[in-house]
Structures are given as C-alpha cells and as structure tokens.
Design a binder for this molecule. Structure first.
Ligand SMILES: *Cc1c(COP(=O)(O)O)cnc(C)c1O
Length: 417
C-alpha cells in the first residue's frame, strides 16, 4: 500500500489527507450548549429520568449512561473517533495498553488454551505470556514472525495468533495477511488474529482491513501523541469489542478516565499532521544513520536493505516513526566483557544527546531514545533477547516533531563522542 513510484513525502501527504478530516470530526457529537470542544464529563453516575427509565436501562432495552465504568460520553466520543480511524465497527478504550492486551487475551482464552506469539515484542506483553498467563493454564509458543513459523506452532488448542508489527525494538515486519490465512485455513473454531498496532498507529497501518480480528493499541504512544496520558484500546467487530469490554472494563475495571479520554481525543485531532512529520523524520534519520561510519546497522522498514521493506510496502501506509540502530562493535565483542563494552558505548551516546531525550515510551512530540538491553528489555532472559535480536549496542529512536536537521546534528555529535 506504499506506492514507491511516489516520493515518500508525497506518499505521507496523501495518507495524512486520507485521514485528516476523520481525525478532526470523527466521533464528535453536537453539544447541547453548542460547545465546539466536547465537554469532559467526569460524573461517576448519571441520574435516571424515571423508575421506568432505570429499569429499562438495566434490562439493556434503552441506551443510557448509568455508571462511569459501564460507559461515559467523553470516552464514547474517543472510541468512535478511534474506530473511524481503524475502519472498525467498534472500539473500546482502556486504562492502558497493557489493560487492553491482558484483557483481550483473558477474554479469549481459558485454562488449557494456547497462544502463538512473536519472539520480538513489547517486553511487558512477552512477560505476560511467558510468566503470568501460564499460572492460569494459558501457554504460549514464541516464534519468528513468519507465516510458516506461526503455521508450524498452531495446535488444536490455539485460540490466538498474536502479532506485533512493526516489532519492538527491531522493527521487524510481520505478514498480517499471511497469518490471517493460517488462521482461516484451520478446521473448526479458528483462532483470533490480534495485532498490537502501537508502533505503526492507524496512520501507518490498518490491520482490520487486511483481515485481522482485533487491533490493540497503547494510546499512551503515537495516538495520544503528547506524552501526557496513559491509555489503551481494542478495535474490531462489535461482537469481539463488546466481549473484550465486558472483561477488561466492566469486569477487571481497566476503565479509561474521562480526563484521559479527552486528552487522547485532543491528541488525535492533530494526529495526521504529527504522524506525517514524524514518519518523514524517521526515514530521514534512518537514511542518514545507514551511511554513518559509527553505525553497524539501521532497522527501519523504509530502507530497501531492511528484511521487511517489501512486506511493509504491501501492508502499511507508511513506515512509521520508530527506528533502531546498532553501534559498530555492538555485538561483535560478546566474548569476555565485550557485552559490557557495547552497553557502555550505548550509554555514552545517550548521555551525549542534547535535543533527543533519553527516556522510555514513544510516539511523543519529543524525540525519545532508549537502550533496550539495559532498560526496557532487561527483564527478558538473555537467550530470549538474543533470539529477538536485541543486541547490547542497540538504540531505539522514537521520532518526535523537532526539526529533522536538528536531530541529525544531535545524533552526529553524540556519535562522535
Ligand atoms: C507501550 C506499549 C504497550 C503497553 O502500553 P501501556 O499504555 O504502557 O500499558 C504495548 N505494546 C507496545 C508495542 C507498546 O509500545
């Protein structure tokens, strides 16, 4: 879906145009007082018009706001906007990305069920599948993110084919369509294909359009976009989203606060513009770093040398705002205390940055850089890290909205240190 006959800048402009109006007007309802900006409804309970109204509302015969954990107008408006951007029938906002991920897994699996998931994924999601869900009898096989590896790992108890693409932190591109085909080729009740689309955001990727059953997001990241809110979401068919809502929000209480919902909706109104710029900057940095003598390898799907480049062209609208790169000598010195040397080199670069900020998270207006081996992925067993290709010298960059030229200059001076 990326037309390489166009310049990437033109491609990004077209994608931004395709969603800009939805970003502003999607899910917005006329306010009784005429307020253009929707009010933040903080009320935890809502008055019934009559005893009959209360009874009908409780029987589900009438749509009504009753209690904040079951529904709230500010949260509903955000859900409608997000659903429109994902091309989904429905969306459910959640307290965080992890609430969405844990919730969809628990909503779809019971003891004895099985999940197939990629080796390279968000560390807390990996930990959920590796350490926490097995205690409830739900097991996971971790595989390379290829269609064949998923097909080989499926059993008759597999309920979920879990996908994260592009993957964290090496930006591997997983074949969503291929994995949907694996699910559809199975006899009986087919497993759900669930895609964590946080890295791409709906700007760069809309997995439901190519057959995924559910998309999960951390709205903390590019969707909220300003680094000032924690939130998550699930999007897909109304039946699946309602089932997830029952478990995540109503049952486990992972409700998004109306204030957070308002912040995310506000962030979404400038989403197309922000992503257009951040994605352009990521491609600029990727090309620059790929030619840098201190850099061994750059991971970004925009690069023709990236193993996921062709697949990204087929299933993405843009290459995303994240990249990672390995410092030269990052991995070749693993013998002896070589790993320590690579970790040290990564730390030196981070400490020399002046424009980019050394911080976890991503999708902020600020450019954020982390060293996964010593921070975000330090809880991952070393062997799992190695299989996920998270080397000691790997640095991950989430492009913000600063001038690309300032970021290039900043990285250059830091790499000289
Ligand atoms: C941040 C993130 C999550 C978790 O989201 P929270 O909002 O922090 O709970 C899940 N998946 C990916 C890919 C992420 O980047």
């Amino acid at each position: 879906m990326i037309d390489t006959a166009l310049s990437y800048g033109e491609q990004l402009r077209r994608r931004a145009d395709a969603i800009a109006t939805t970003c502003i007007h999607g899910g917005e309802m006329p306010d009784a007082d005429g307020a253009l900006d929707p009010p933040i409804v903080l009320s935890s309970a809502f008055a019934f018009a009559s005893a009959e109204h209360a009874a009908r509302a409780f029987r589900g015969e009438e749509d009504a706001y009753i209690y904040g954990r079951w529904g709230n107008p500010t949260v509903d408006a955000l859900e409608a906007k997000l659903a429109a951007l994902e091309g989904a029938e429905a969306a459910c906002a959640t307290a965080s990305g992890m609430a969405a991920i844990a919730g969809v897994l628990l909503a779809s699996c019971q003891a004895g069920d099985h999940v197939v998931a990629p080796r390279s994924m968000y560390a807390e999601s990996a930990r959920l599948l590796r350490e926490r869900l097995p205690k409830l009898g739900i097991t996971t096989t971790f595989v390379e993110g290829t269609r064949d590896a998923y097909a080989a790992a499926v059993t008759e108890r597999t309920r979920i084919l879990y996908v994260e693409t592009p993957s964290n932190p090496t930006l591997g591109v997983v074949d969503i369509r291929g994995i949907v085909e694996v699910a559809r080729s199975l006899p009986g009740a087919r497993p759900l294909v669930i895609v964590d689309g946080t890295f791409a955001t709906p700007f760069a990727q809309t997995p439901l359009a190519i057959g995924a059953d559910l998309v999960v997001h951390s709205m903390t990241k590019g969707i909220g976009g300003h680094g000032d809110v924690i939130g998550g979401a699930v999007a897909g068919s109304r039946v699946l989203v309602d089932a997830a809502r029952e478990v995540i929000v109503k049952g486990f209480g992972g409700v998004l606060s109306p204030l957070s919902a308002w912040l995310v909706a506000r962030g979404l109104r400038t989403f197309a513009l922000r992503q257009e710029r951040a994605c352009a900057t990521a491609a600029t940095l990727a090309a620059h770093l790929a030619a840098h003598p201190r850099v061994a390898v750059v991971h970004h799907p925009s690069l023709p040398t990236h193993p996921g480049h062709a697949l990204a062209n087929e299933q993405m609208h843009a290459y995303g705002a994240l990249l990672s790169f390995e410092l030269r000598g990052g991995d070749g010195e693993r013998e002896g205390d070589g790993a320590t040397a690579a970790v040290d080199r990564g730390r030196k670069v981070l400490e020399a940055l002046r424009v980019a900020t050394h911080a976890v998270s991503l999708g902020d207006v600020r450019t954020l850089v982390v060293h996964p081996a010593s921070t975000t992925h330090s809880t991952m067993p070393p062997e799992a890290r190695r299989l996920a290709k998270i080397t000691d010298g790997l640095l991950r960059v989430s492009c913000g909205l600063e001038a690309a030229s300032d970021l290039v200059a900043d990285l250059d001076q830091a790499l000289r240190q």
